[in-house]
Design a protein around this ligand. Structure first.
Ligand code: ATP
Ligand code: MG
Length: 311
């Protein structure tokens, strides 16, 4: 299996004004030294609660935003060091699927055009073949050919997301990043779309990053799991290792929360997380040492954790 993506020590910092009138700025380490590898045909689930940096990581990997540090190797090429024309050629091999398909589809364009355009633009098919290819793609995502003539507003949320997925597949991507692709859908529809992702995974050798705060969804589609907390990876490993043998207290809490057990979110504002472990204020297993230094991500390829050992 070839490696499609290798992210090394990626960083993204935002500076935000405290208020409209304020000259003081807060610094947000949205992504703070994240590394991950992804092979052909594999899906890595990225989990973590709101604000943990999942979307920022996704946008930085696809260079929709310029990272402030680190490197991104895509099919062996250093994306941050590539000349523009080479980057342009690689971009069509990386696609993103967003949470809300309504905002990623042009409301004035019929499904046919939404899918045919990238096909023609990238010279994947000629005008003559475009019609057939669009119908094939619609079939691949579980829609019959009558959908080609529909506008986004004439479809359900699930159908629109199928179109957005089909559109992302037109260029034959090596990497697809799906950022909360089922979160805006009714629960009854979610499993259909999750199954479509599983289908695509089985039929193609696309590498996928699947971002979701829903552990049950992530567990269903992923081979590997990356757990983020406040911009850092706190645990990573194979799906079974992370779900059956979670090591980080945060991962344990997330898994319990997904089972419906509630947890208490303590006041984090009083704690300066730059010095110690960011999870310290909420951690049930914290020790004095956790206040003083950030634990590094260590372990094997199958299972890594950023937590000081017991004792
Ligand atoms: N354009 C931006 N400008 C300033 N701060 C930002 C920007 N985008 C994200 N942030 C901040 O960076 C942090 C990470 O945000 P991000 O959207 O990546 O989290 P997320 O894990 O995707 O959350 P969610 O589950 O809510 O989608 C948050 O503190 C957020 O407020
Ligand atoms: Mg997000």
């Amino acid at each position: 299996m070839g490696q499609v993506l290798s992210v090394l020590d990626l960083r993204k910092v935002y500076e935000v004004k405290r208020s409209v009138f304020s000259v003081k700025k807060d610094i947000i380490n949205a992504v703070s030294g994240v590394s991950l590898d992804l092979d052909q045909g594999k899906t890595t689930g990225i989990v973590g609660e709101s604000g943990s940096g999942k979307s920022t990581l996704a946008r930085c990997i696809l260079l929709l935003e310029r990272p402030d540090g680190g490197s991104i190797y895509f099919t062996g090429k250093d994306l941050l060091g590539l000349p523009k024309d080479e980057l342009k050629a690689l971009r069509k091999k990386m696609q993103i699927i967003f949470q809300d398909p309504y905002s990623s589809l042009n409301p004035r364009k019929k499904v046919f055009d939404a899918i045919a355009e990238p096909l023609l633009f990238h010279g994947i098919v000629g005008k003559q073949e475009a019609g057939n290819r669009v119908i094939e793609i619609l079939k691949d995502v579980g829609l019959d050919e009558s959908f080609a003539n529909k506008y986004p507003h004439e479809m359900s949320g699930g159908q629109r997301q199928r179109v957005a997925i089909g559109r992302a597949l037109t260029t034959g991507p090596a990497l697809v990043i799906a950022d909360e692709p089922v979160s805006s859908l009714d629960v009854s529809i979610q499993s259909q779309i999750v199954n479509l992702f599983l289908d695509i995974k089985e039929r193609t050798d696309i590498a996928m990053l699947f971002v979701s705060h829903d552990l049950n969804v992530v567990r269903f589609v992923s081979d590997e799991i990356v757990v983020m907390y406040k911009g850092r990876v706190v645990e990573a490993g194979t799906k079974d290792e992370v779900f059956l043998n979670p090591l980080h207290p945060y991962t344990k809490m997330l898994i319990n929360a997904a089972k419906g057990e509630f947890f208490r979110k303590d006041d984090e504002a009083a704690f300066d997380g730059d010095r110690g472990c960011a999870y310290y204020p909420r951690c049930e297993q914290r020790k004095p040492a956790c206040r003083d230094a950030v634990p590094q991500l260590t372990g094997s390829k199958e299972h890594k954790v950023a937590c000081f050992p017991e004792g």
